[in-house]
Design a protein around this ligand. Structure first.
Ligand code: FAD
Length: 336
């Protein structure tokens, strides 16, 4: 059933810039709803490098991607942003009263006074296994992510890939699987040295199998996955294949919104971070202006300027008094 949620500001993307935007907008008294196609907040930081250190966040000499996201969520918490995960924003339509109707892939609609696109490099999706029969088994025998580890207990698993995700999952699943075979095109892995050492030790002791080669075909037995055939003809018996070839990002639906673009990026002015559509803003990696640096700290600055303009837009009748955070936060945090 189609439902509509009214809000002050709809933010597309829960990466670091979308999250900081909920804080900046919240501090200026605006309510935010945030939509992300992923199932959790954090964008690239959470998806691509949760454990990698970041050294260039002002006044945070060293933090991991995950810590940064946890802190951004904590900072925004007083303003109770509402998150809607697992939804892709697909369409943007201007209403007669100047507000925007934003539609997602499952039909959920948002009506917002302003839209902030913080979509980074777009929607992430897993790179697909280039093997015959892959499409037919996707979601059942063939998985690109592990949502429920327990579902794989006692199964015959084939894990395909040689990077961190493949090896982490091989380590994580081998003790609950009946048998686990790691398949990678060559006997060299591109993962953290400690992870590689652990995997090699399990292979050496026979606790895990390894096959060098590429998966050519998923073998089918009356609709059920029964194994994989490698290039060259060898077969490995299994009931589940887990493929980890990394993620690819695509801007997707955003390119059809009628926004003025600069290649794959949305052109904005540097005073308000407004796009060519009235009431639609863009911040973070997705926006472009001369000199743009794709860094988290740039997105934070962009969020602050955007928020002040959104406030002027949504509340044109009130006089705007600039306040520092100490004053603006008093009613939310209480005196210190
Ligand atoms: P993202 O983090 O890309 O988040 C965008 C979100 O929008 C995603 O979650 C995506 O799923 C969602 N989305 C997109 N389209 C839609 C849609 N249509 N509907 C719903 N949701 C959508 N920067 C630094 O400053 N310091 C560093 O040390 C650093 N190290 C890095 C290391 C690596 C390996 C990488 C890949 C990047 C690094 N960066 C670093 C860059 C930094 O991660 C980005 O600048 C930052 O993530 C941009 O944040 P964002 O919020 O704009 O976008």
């Amino acid at each position: 059933e189609v439902s509509e949620i009214e809000t002050d500001v709809l933010i597309v993307g829960a990466g670091p810039c979308g999250l900081f935007a909920t804080f900046e907008l919240g501090m200026l008294g605006m309510r935010c709803d945030v939509v992300d196609v992923l199932d959790r907040p954090g964008g690239q930081c959470a998806e691509l490098y949760p454990e990698k250190p970041i050294y260039d966040i002002p006044a945070l000499p060293d933090c991991s991607g995950e810590q940064l996201i946890d802190n951004l969520l904590l900072q925004a918490r007083p303003f109770e942003p509402r998150f809607h995960f697992g939804l892709m924003v697909e369409a943007l339509n201007r209403m007669d009263d100047g507000r925007w109707r934003v539609r997602t892939n499952d039909g959920q609609c948002f009506i917002a006074g302003a839209v902030v696109i913080a979509a980074g490099s777009g929607c992430f999706s897993p790179r697909k296994l280039p093997a015959a029969g892959a499409e037919m088994h996707e979601g059942e025998g063939l998985l690109y992510a592990v949502r429920e580890r327990e579902r794989l207990r006692g199964k015959h698993l084939v894990v395909v890939g040689g990077g961190d995700s493949a090896l982490d999952w091989a380590l994580n699943l081998h003790d609950i699987a009946e048998r686990l075979t790691l398949v990678h095109r060559r006997d060299r892995f591109r993962a953290a040295p400690d992870t590689v050492n652990k995997v090699r030790a399990l292979i050496d002791t026979g606790a895990m199998d390894f096959r060098a080669g590429a998966v050519a075909e998923l073998v089918d037995d009356s609709g059920q996955l029964s194994g994989v055939r490698l290039q060259g003809g060898d077969q490995v018996v299994c009931d589940h294949v887990l493929a980890f070839f990394g993620l690819s990002a695509r801007l997707g639906p955003l390119t059809s919104f009628g926004l003025d673009m600069h290649g794959d990026h949305i052109r904005v002015d540097t005073e308000r971070f407004a796009t060519s559509l009235d009431g639609v803003y863009a911040i973070g990696d997705v926006c472009w202006y001369p000199g743009k640096l794709r860094l988290i700290l740039s997105g934070f600055h962009e969020a602050a300027l955007m928020a002040h303009d959104v406030k002027r837009r949504l509340h044109p009748d009130i006089r705007h008094v600039f306040e520092h955070s100490t004053t603006a936060m008093k009613e939310h945090l209480g005196p210190r």
